[in-house]
Design a protein. Structure first.
Lengths: 212, 252
């Protein structure tokens, strides 16, 4: 069973529906004790970093996620959920994140070096460039996925970067370190490639489960 | 780099797609879910559903349609038409839509844009603008109520205002170009696209694939929307994209 963390932000419905299309059982919950049992966890999210951290803390989900990350079971952050995995964010000043990955969330600069302007949010289909081998990318080819975000992860460890996209700056798109994974784009809205990425994630969850 | 988006628009009335759609041999040409899937397969980057139901019952049906489409579709979609309150937005977004589009309600109650943006994030809030050239204004005037009512707003002023209030995207329809199939309104599109910091979807006037190229290159649009040329099989999303690719426009 995959657990989807419901902390009041983000479109849980579309992530759930995507798992249904893959025939993967899941539950949506805000209860740490229930989520603790899951074979894999998904942390979705849309909205502000600060609000999200406050809600996670309030609902007792912060410790759950940190404890879960210490187990060998896979944890996947999607969109804001990926950004939350990092040290901190500059959104609305400064907010501390989960600190599972090293890096800082910053605003996408709206102007390029040559003075050209970039619309923010970075909204639409952008091409993934694979940077390292990762279970998530197994058997897949570089293609477009759907992004909607105004902030990006900067100053991260190169070795944690599995795929990136270009939008004025290099946008970390798929990150992984041990059992902690993140996707900046919306795999559940990214047509075939998005579904394949989710399939690789859930495939790994069940492979690990069968080994346990 | 980010690609230019091609967005088919479907008019939904009382839960059924209206305007005959002929591009595929569908069992049921009025089923929004079947049509959405067909457009997805053609390579549409996103879809817009415009609820043109006249009745309260029809609006309730739309929520069901959204739920079904969200179950089947793995691309983003926007729902517009009849969204007048935060409650309406919640209903549609919780049913699985990715964005809602506000038109008349945004002009009548601009605070609604901010309310929606604060609650769901800017990226969920599209402000749709219907604009028509006005000699006395020397510019384009904003219309509401499906293009029936002129407002006091000049289009650039309103687009800038909407963005400052939290609109994450502008869906810009040229009433002059709409239905003419002679191409998008390039001066209007360019003026708005250069004035705002969020993506602009050009709408109204698409007749063939080269019109899309112009909307992107001269109109500076980030996305372009069309209805009838796709519905009536005059061209397909795939054909438009192949053409754009051959002209060096970045598409998925």
């Amino acid at each position: 069973m995959i657990g989807i963390i419901d902390y009041g932000m983000g479109n849980l419905f579309s992530v759930g529906k995507a798992l249904e299309r893959l025939n993967v059982p899941y539950l949506i919950s805000d209860d740490p004790d229930t989520l603790k049992q899951a074979d894999g966890l998904i942390l979705p999210g849309v909205g502000s970093f600060y609000d999200a951290m406050a809600l996670l803390r309030e609902k007792g989900l912060l410790d759950l996620i940190l404890d879960y990350a210490k187990s060998d079971r896979p944890l996947l952050g999607i969109c804001l959920g990926m950004q939350l995995l990092f040290d901190a964010s500059e959104e609305n000043g400064f907010s501390e994140g989960l600190g599972l990955l090293k890096g800082k969330v910053k605003a996408i600069p709206p102007q390029g070096k040559g003075g050209e302007s970039y619309k923010v949010p970075h909204m639409g289909w952008n091409k993934l460039r694979f940077q390292k081998r990762s279970v998530l990318l197994d058997g897949l080819e570089e293609d477009h996925v759907y992004f909607v975000h105004s902030y990006f992860v900067d100053e991260m460890e190169r070795e944690d970067l599995a795929a990136s996209a270009e939008y004025n700056v290099e946008i970390p798109a798929v990150v992984s370190k041990g059992n902690v994974y993140g996707m900046q784009f919306h795999p559940e809205k990214s047509s075939r490639l998005g579904m394949s990425l989710l399939k690789n994630f859930t495939g790994m969850v069940y492979e690990k489960e069968s080994l346990r | 780099m980010i690609t230019k988006r091609i967005i088919p628009c479907l008019d939904v009335k009382e839960g059924r797609v209206v305007k005959g759609i002929q591009f595929l041999e569908l069992r049921d040409a009025g089923d929004p879910v079947e049509l959405a899937k067909a457009y997805d397969e053609q390579g549409a980057d996103e879809l817009v559903f415009l609820d043109i139901s006249a009745s309260h019952e029809g609006r309730k049906t739309m929520v069901e349609v959204v739920r079904e489409v969200a179950s089947e579709l793995a691309i983003p979609f926007t729902v517009g038409g009849g969204i007048n309150s935060l409650e309406d937005m919640k209903r549609i977004l919780r049913a699985g839509a990715d964005k809602v589009s506000l038109n008349t309600a945004a002009v009548l109650t601009p605070a609604l844009i901010t309310e929606g943006a604060n609650y769901f994030g800017k990226q969920c809030i599209v402000v749709a603008i219907d604009a028509k050239y006005d000699d006395s204004l020397g510019s384009w005037r904003v219309y509401t109520h499906g293009g029936r009512k002129p407002t006091e707003w000049e289009v650039i002023d309103w687009a800038t205002e909407a963005v400052s209030r939290g609109a994450g995207e502008i869906l810009l329809t040229s009433m002059d170009a709409d239905g003419e199939k002679k191409g998008f309104n390039l001066p209007l599109t360019k003026a708005v696209s250069e004035a705002v910091t969020v993506p602009v979807i050009a709408s109204g006037g698409a007749g063939n694939a080269s019109d899309f190229q112009e909307a992107f290159e001269q109109g500076k649009a980030d996305a372009a929307l069309a209805a009838s040329i796709f519905h009536y099989k005059e061209t397909s999303v795939m054909e438009v994209k192949q053409y754009l690719k051959s002209k060096g426009v970045l598409v998925r």
